[in-house]
Design a binder for this molecule. Structure first.
Ligand SMILES: [Zn+2]
Length: 300
C-alpha cells in the first residue's frame, strides 16, 4: 500500500507538471500541497479507548446511547487543546477512504484494503484500477471545487491565480453539464452540481491510476491474462469494483442527497472522458459511451 500510494503521488506530480491550463505559479503551489499530503494507511498508531462503553447483546438503544455519550465526552475534552493531527475520522474496519482538507491528509482504513479494491495476490492491473483509483480519487479532492480552497497546511487560503481559478471553473462547468445529462430513473437526472467534487475526483482518479499502472512492469507489457490485455484488465477491473444495484426507492433518495453519482456513472462518466479507454476497446461514434474528443473533460 505504501508503494501504491507513493506511485500514485508520483503519477499525479507528473500530471500537474504537464497541465496545459494551469500557470507555473499555481503549479508550484499545487506541487507543494501534493508533496505535503499526510498519509494514513490501515490503522492509527494510537488506538482509541472505549473503557467507558459497555456493549450488550440485547439492548441496541442503550449500546447506541453509550457510544454517543463516549463520542460527546471525547469531543468536549478537545476544547482548548491543540489539534491532534494523528486522529482518524474513520475506524480501521470501515470500507471507505477520505481526504480531509483541514489536515491535508489522505486516509485509507484497513477495511478498504481488501477485495475488490485490493488483493495482494492480484495482478497490478486489478489493484491499480481498484484501490489505486481510490487513492488518485482522494488525492484530487485536495484540488476539487472545495479542497482547492485550502493550502498545503490545511488553512482556508486562496492560492490560485484568478485566471487559473476561472479556467478550472469553466472546465468544471463542462463536467456539471455532462453528468446532468445522465438519466437514472424515468425523468430523474444525476445532479451535476451536487456531485461535481466526486465526479472530478473520479475523472482525475482513473487518469492518475492509469499513469501509475503504466509505471509497472505489467502496465508496460502486453502479456494477456484470461485473454485480456493489461489495459483491458485495468478497465474491466474498474467496472467490477463499482458493480452495484439499488432499488428505485434508494436510487431516488441517493440522487437528491448523495454527493457521489450512482455507481454506473462513476464508471461510465470518467471512462467516456478518457482517451486510453477509447484506444483499448476501439470505441467509435457508434458506441453509446462515445463523446467527441473536444467534449472529453480533462482537468487533472
Ligand atoms: Zn470522494
Amino acid at each position: 500500500m505504501d508503494e501504491l500510494v507513493n506511485n500514485l503521488q508520483a503519477a499525479f506530480k507528473k500530471r500537474i507538471a504537464k497541465l496545459d491550463w494551469m500557470s507555473d505559479s499555481s503549479k508550484t503551489r499545487a506541487q507543494e500541497k501534493l508533496a505535503a499530503f499526510l498519509k494514513k494507511i490501515g490503522y492509527p498508531s494510537v488506538w482509541k479507548k472505549y473503557d467507558d462503553v459497555t456493549i450488550t447483546r440485547d439492548n441496541l438503544f442503550e449500546n447506541m446511547r453509550q457510544v454517543a455519550m463516549h463520542d460527546h465526552k471525547e469531543a468536549v475534552a478537545k476544547i482548548g487543546k491543540p489539534v491532534d493531527k494523528t486522529e482518524w475520522g474513520m475506524t480501521p474496519a470501515t470500507v471507505n477512504a477520505y481526504y480531509n482538507p483541514t489536515f491535508n491528509e489522505i486516509v485509507f482504513p484497513a477495511g478498504i484494503l481488501q477485495f475488490p479494491f485490493f488483493d495482494l495476490g492480484a495482478d497490478d492491473a486489478i489493484n491499480y484500477c481498484g484501490i489505486g483509483m481510490v487513492i488518485g480519487h482522494e488525492m484530487t479532492h485536495g484540488f476539487d471545487d472545495q479542497g482547492r480552497q485550502y493550502d498545503a497546511q490545511g488553512n482556508l487560503k486562496d492560492w490560485w491565480t484568478k485566471t487559473d481559478g476561472d479556467k478550472f471553473k469553466a472546465k468544471a462547468d463542462g463536467v456539471v453539464a455532462q453528468y446532468n445529462s445522465y438519466v437514472v430513473l424515468d425523468s430523474l437526472h444525476v445532479n451535476g452540481a451536487l456531485t461535481l467534487g466526486e465526479n472530478l475526483a473520479d475523472i482525475g482518479g482513473i487518469a492518475i491510476a492509469y499513469d501509475a499502472f503504466k509505471m509497472t512492469k505489467q502496465g508496460q507489457g502486453t502479456e494477456k491474462i484470461d485473454g485480456f490485455t493489461p489495459d483491458q484488465r485495468f478497465f474491466l477491473g474498474f467496472a467490477q469494483v463499482w458493480k452495484l444495484i439499488n432499488r428505485p426507492e434508494t436510487m431516488r433518495t441517493c440522487i437528491t442527497t448523495d454527493p457521489h453519482s450512482p455507481e454506473e456513472y462513476r464508471v461510465n462518466g470518467p471512462l467516456a472522458n478518457f482517451d486510453p479507454f477509447y484506444a483499448t476497446f476501439g470505441i467509435t461514434e457508434k458506441n453509446k459511451l462515445y463523446r467527441k474528443p473536444a467534449e472529453r473533460a480533462k482537468i487533472w
